[in-house]
Design a protein around this ligand. Structure first.
Ligand code: PGA
Length: 251
């Protein structure tokens, strides 16, 4: 098993380039001693400034989406190639806010995953159920289905560039965290889905994060679970001390 904790900040639509540089500069000394991988996924327009600001540090840079075509008539979109050419290493795909507000489907998630891998990026693939689906008892089915469709056409070798983030939609930005047991159960279910698609070794090596109101106070318990290999952090990633505390808990 070669899993290493990965803590990723999802800044969502926050911070101008100047504010982003300030946040990175505050964060750098706080996470310098991290024993996990540290990623910040920032708005497109912040990427050049953030890439410059993280130079010489252990902070890696991601985007929050990419289109599946290399170029063309897709107003407002950014391609995986464009991100790669800047020096971006990671991209979040299929975040529930993209699914909820921007018409993202399992099929377009799969296309974006393919394009990101083709461009040489590492994907943070988000899956997760709505509250209604949890109450209907279909959490496992929903998360397995989202995982399976997103990974169509992804080879065993490419799985080393896939991180999965289990984010129950009802826990995102709500302050309602899944219990450590709930988080672990679904992360384990996703791992067994990967084992069924590939094999146990690949499943054991895949990093599966939990996301949804993870914060400085609850991170240690969530990260102590056997199948939780990191976190995708929204709100708390905008507060350097809180994000650093989560990073410190990932060991
Ligand atoms: P949150 O967001 O930590 O603010 O709940 C997590 C996410 O949406 O990735």
């Amino acid at each position: 098993m070669s899993r290493k904790y990965v803590i990723a900040g999802n800044w969502k639509m926050n911070k101008t380039p100047a504010e982003a540089v300030e946040l990175i500069n505050q964060l750098k000394p706080l996470v310098a001693g991290a024993s996990c991988d540290v990623i910040t996924a920032v708005p497109f327009v912040d990427i050049p400034a953030v890439l410059e600001a993280v130079k010489g540090s252990n902070i890696k840079v991601g985007a929050q989406n990419c289109h599946w075509e290399k170029s063309g008539a897709f107003t407002g979109e950014v391609s995986a190639e464009m991100l790669k050419s800047l020096g971006v290493e990671y991209v979040i795909i299929g975040h529930s806010e993209r699914r909820q507000y921007f018409g993202e489907t399992d099929v377009t998630v799969n296309k974006r995953v393919r394009a990101a891998l083709d461009a040489g990026l590492t994907v943070i693939l988000c899956v997760g159920e709505y509250l209604e689906q949890r109450e209907q008892g279909v959490t496992s089915e929903i998360c397995a289905m989202q995982t399976k469709i997103a990974l169509q056409g992804v080879s065993a070798e490419e799985m080393s560039r896939i991180i999965i983030a289990y984010e129950p939609v009802w826990a995102i930005g709500t302050g309602k965290t899944a219990t450590a047991q709930q988080a672990n159960e679904v992360c384990a279910l996703i791992r067994s889905t990967i084992a069924s698609l590939y094999n146990q070794e690949i499943a054991d090596n895949t990093v599966i994060q939990y996301g949804g109101s993870m914060n400085a106070a609850n991170a240690a318990e969530l990260l102590a679970q056997s199948d939780v290999d990191g976190g995708l952090i929204g709100g708390a990633s905008l507060k350097p001390a809180d994000f650093a505390a989560i990073v410190a808990a990932a060991k």
